[in-house]
Design a protein around this ligand. Structure first.
Ligand code: HEM
Length: 299
């Protein structure tokens, strides 16, 4: 297969000899389909809104929260904005589950193939090997692991958000509709739900704006920002370097070509970067605010 042969030449040598035609033509590899990119953008906006309004309610006794509450139109309307953003977050969670069911039907045939195939988000033995291999690589005692479609830290981030939404969302609904839920659960559980919601929210914000940001944007290969979740595209060189096992499997099966696209014009990339910088700056600011509130103002 022509492209496969050419792709074999995309290693470091290709800088001097026989550059890949796809690379010369500027072709990009499509990593994320449009639906997942749209869902992630809605998630960023709803999560930021939930974090800002939620923290404003939680730390309402701090000067910062009073300042922010004025921007939101008061503490009561911060609560309303929180609920509207929550509807979007629950919405994208449901769309994602429906999409998984659709993928199972149309692409994989069985749940077994979807959940235990090579592109699954579930942890498997290879992840354990990759983790050990990565630690060795950090210490200079081995090569970088041959990562596939999802690295173990990407799977970890995915499940942190998956269960996070399930727990924060279900307890949030209990706080929103206590009359309905107390027909099913004892009244004291609403107090427990408040603690779970509030503390899990703190954990989620702390995790996303530190660990997730580091994993995705701040490690040396990606610094200062990886925009693949917005454009859905990465270069073939990046694919070969970051996900060699996925690259090799695509070349072997002859499916690489069908996943190649033309890049976006520079103006789109610039707009995406501006959005990304705003999200990063806001995220880091919220973390600093939480640390400040916990250390100096927590009641
Ligand atoms: C996704 C579904 C969610 C729903 C249905 C939901 C719902 C609620 C409701 C009804 C309240 C009470 C608001 C009030 O008193 O006016 C609340 C409080 C709060 N929410 Fe959410 N929320 C959700 C997600 C989130 C997320 C993702 C975060 C943070 C990232 C968050 C952080 C908070 C915080 C910190 C509070 C204040 C708790 C306290 O007073 O200690 N929520 N939420």
């Amino acid at each position: 297969m022509e492209t496969s042969v050419q792709l074999e030449q995309t290693g470091p040598r290709s800088k001097d000899h026989g550059r890949d035609l796809a690379i010369e033509g500027g072709k990009q590899f499509q990593r994320f389909k449009r639906l997942n990119r749209v869902l992630h953008i809605i998630m960023i906006i709803s999560f930021m809104s939930l974090a800002l309004t939620g923290m404003t309610l939680k730390f309402s006794y701090t000067g910062w929260a009073v300042f922010l509450s004025r921007l939101f139109g008061g503490f009561e309307s911060a609560g309303y904005i929180h609920r509207v953003a929550a509807v979007f977050m629950i919405g994208i969670f449901i769309v994602h589950i429906v999409d998984l069911v659709r993928m199972k039907r149309q692409l994989y045939g069985t749940w077994r193939a979807l959940l235990f195939g090579p592109d699954s988000m579930l942890f498997n033995k290879k992840d354990l090997h990759d983790l050990v291999g990565n630690i060795k690589w950090f210490l200079g005692k081995g090569p970088r692991p041959q990562y596939g479609r999802w690295t173990y830290w990407e799977k970890f981030d995915y499940f942190a958000v998956f269960w996070g939404i399930a727990i924060i969302g279900s307890t949030g609904l209990m706080l929103w509709f206590p009359e309905f839920f107390t027909q099913l659960i004892p009244g004291w559980f609403i107090n427990v739900a408040t603690i779970i919601h509030s503390d899990e929210a703190l954990l989620a914000v702390g995790f996303i704006f530190t660990v997730h940001f580091f994993n995705t944007h701040l490690r040396p290969e990606k610094f200062p920002m990886d925009i693949v979740i917005f454009t859905g595209q990465m270069s073939l060189e990046e694919l070969k370097r970051d996900k060699p096992a996925e690259h090799d499997a695509l070349v072997k099966s002859g499916r690489l070509e069908e996943n190649l696209l033309d890049p976006y014009p520079p103006i789109v990339i610039r707009a995406v970067r501006i959005f990304g910088w705003c999200a990063l700056a806001l995220g880091f600011s919220i973390v600093i605010w939480i640390i400040y509130a916990m250390l100096f103002a927590y009641r």
